[in-house]
Design a protein around this ligand. Structure first.
Ligand SMILES: [Zn+2]
Length: 183
């Protein structure tokens, strides 16, 4: 019997990655709406809470939520890595490394929020790169530098160079013949 990780990187790779991408894009949409509220609508930072955050303000102000998302991202990228081969794997691995650091930043934030002790004498929890960049912009940047290698990795996974074609255990490759896939 195949383990969960084997299934996730074999027959389930494609549907699981599709679900994962929907979550990633929904999260992106929230960040972009928030940036729009801040820059175009000139809303005060505290009120710029994306879409879900308008109905549930505690969501956006919850470090638990931000940290949970960072962990889900890290776990997802890690869990789907074995299914990637060659060039696609290199890009997916880059996303994993960057997300690992992004997750550390969120860990520092949730630690400060939990123990009510903000680093560097800041009035609010503050991560390392936040010493240099403001939080909204910084996390747009983080989401982008994780997302871009994921998309490139996904592209090479679906459209592998000739030498890597047919080497994957999953059905993600474009033009994959279902008959070849014995689950
Ligand atoms: Zn795949």
């Amino acid at each position: 019997m195949k383990s969960l990780i084997e299934k996730l990187n074999g027959p389930w790779h494609k549907p699981a990655l599709q679900v994962f991408m929907v979550i990633v894009l929904a999260h992106w949409a929230e960040h972009l709406v928030q940036a729009y509220q801040v820059y175009a609508l000139k809303w005060p930072m505290h009120d710029a809470r994306g879409v879900l955050g308008q109905a549930f303000p505690w969501l956006v102000h919850s470090e638990v939520l931000h940290y949970s998302y960072a962990v889900i991202m890290l776990a997802g990228i890690w869990a789907f890595l074995p299914g990637f081969v060659g060039r696609a794997r290199t890009w997916w691995l880059a996303a994993l490394v960057i997300q690992f650091w992004h997750h550390i930043e969120h860990f520092l934030l949730i630690w400060q929020a939990t123990f009510h002790h903000n680093f560097w004498g800041r009035p609010a929890p503050c991560s390392v790169l936040q010493l240099v960049f403001p939080r909204v912009e910084l996390h747009l940047f983080y989401n982008a530098v994780v997302f871009v290698p994921m998309v490139i990795g996904m592209y090479y996974h679906m459209f592998p160079p000739e030498t890597e074609q047919g080497k994957m255990a999953c059905t993600c490759e474009w033009g994959h013949k279902p008959s070849m896939q014995a689950a």
